[in-house]
Write a protein that binds this ligand. Structure first.
Ligand SMILES: Cc1cc2nc3c(=O)[nH]c(=O)nc-3n(C[C@H](O)[C@H](O)[C@H](O)COP(=O)(O)O)c2cc1C
Length: 367
């Protein structure tokens, strides 16, 4: 009986935002796409914990290793990105069935990916058509890193919700015009790909919230309850996190990467050349080369930079030397000190945000 009372209390205390209402999830938290990893285990863990997990489609299409979903298939390498992604999405549907977890798929639209983009979009849409459970729980397609307009009809006709990631007000307006249902405003402090022109979350988020009438999720620099509360106070309906989710016990990322996050400080990242634009890396010998090449000029350094980046990525699965690898990661690595389980992390963030939000009204006093 006491347990039931506690549960009821928890339900009453729950944070509720437009994001949780749109998706039917418990926590207004999104796990960002993180190719070139497929983020299969992470997506399932996040979804089963009551937040929104994403399968990173480009990571499935260009896997470092066999997708978890196809671990028993010796011929997985012969399959097209379309077939691989469909199999992964059906696997994620099964893995999240018991808890009725809600999940999505991230599809970067960069021109460099050519026809693969259309294949990945169609795979996601077909996976929903093939299986009622998938249609009910693969609720959202999150596009990023490219022009959303050419894909609008295909995505809107699919019946899935459509979120698009943007680095500026101008891009947010384009996403709204294209018909997106929600925009994810991604600040320059975030890990992975960033825009050429830097705008960080503290300026970007309220500017995007003011400029469009769609709901906005904040990304870049979020890792705990106080930053979630800050995002909500600036008008966001939730947060998307990348780096914080890498440093968890039950994700997909190698130990060497998680340890790199734990040992970084707040000045421990910088921007360097990456395959389809600049990206934020955790600092080491290799990232220093990518950073210097970027400062000399993106186009001039592109060929050498992407060669170095590719080498550093391959080292991640075998090397024990953190200076031999490249680690995409955000400034927020400097604020991360523990490797919790995904569900403990999500619950802690939500509890802390609630505490902060309840404390704030006390700052307002009658004159
Ligand atoms: C390793 C890594 C890979 C990423 N790959 C993608 C990707 O494939 N697609 C995408 O939209 N964003 C990608 N991102 C960005 C994240 O989805 C997220 O928006 C970002 O990490 C948020 O900033 P934070 O690292 O401060 O939490 C990546 C980030 C990291 C750290």
């Amino acid at each position: 009986m006491a347990r039931k009372d506690n549960q009821t209390k928890r339900e009453i205390k729950m944070l509720k935002t437009t994001l949780s209402d749109m998706l039917g999830i418990q926590y207004p938290i999104v796990q960002g796409g993180m190719a070139p990893w497929a983020t299969e285990r992470l997506c399932v863990a996040v979804s089963n914990a009551g937040a929104l997990g994403l399968i990173s489609s480009i990571g499935v299409g260009m896997p470092q290793a066999a997708p978890v979903a196809l671990a028993d298939d010796p011929n997985w390498k012969d399959k097209s990105p379309y077939e691989l992604l469909r199999a992964v999405l059906q696997w994620a549907t099964k893995q999240t069935a018991e808890k009725q977890g809600i999940f999505g798929v991230n599809i970067p639209l960069a021109e460099e990916f050519g026809e693969v983009v259309e294949g990945l979009l169609k795979a996601s849409i077909d996976a929903r058509k093939e299986n009622e459970d998938t249609a009910n729980r693969l609720k959202v397609i999150v596009t990023s890193a490219g022009n959303p307009a050419p894909w609008a009809r295909l995505i809107k006709d699919s019946g899935a919700l459509w979120f698009h990631v943007v680095p500026s007000v101008a891009h947010a307006l384009k996403a709204e015009q294209a018909g997106a249902d929600l925009v994810i405003a991604s600040g320059r402090e975030g890990g992975g790909h960033v825009a050429f022109e830097p705008v960080h979350s503290m300026v970007l988020l309220p500017a995007v919230v003011n400029a469009i009438s769609l709901p906005v999720v904040a990304a870049g620099g979020f890792c705990d309850g106080s930053t979630l509360a800050a995002a909500l106070s600036m008008g966001a309906v939730g947060i998307q996190m990348g780096t914080r989710f890498i440093a968890t016990e039950d994700g997909d990322f190698p130990e060497i990467w998680r340890q790199k996050i734990l040992t970084s400080n707040e000045r421990g990242s910088h921007v360097g050349i990456s395959v389809f634009g600049p990206a934020r890396y955790l600092k080491n010998k290799i990232s220093q080369q990518l950073h210097e090449l970027y400062n000399k000029g993106f186009l001039e350094g592109y060929k050498e930079g992407t060669r170095i980046e590719g080498h550093g990525m391959r080292q991640l699965s075998t090397s024990t030397d953190p200076d031999e690898c490249v680690f995409l990661g955000g400034e927020v690595a400097g604020r991360i000190e523990q490797l919790p389980t995904v569900s403990a992390l999500i619950e802690e963030i939500s509890n802390e945000a609630e505490t902060v939000i309840r404390r704030l009204p006390k700052l307002v006093t009658e004159a």
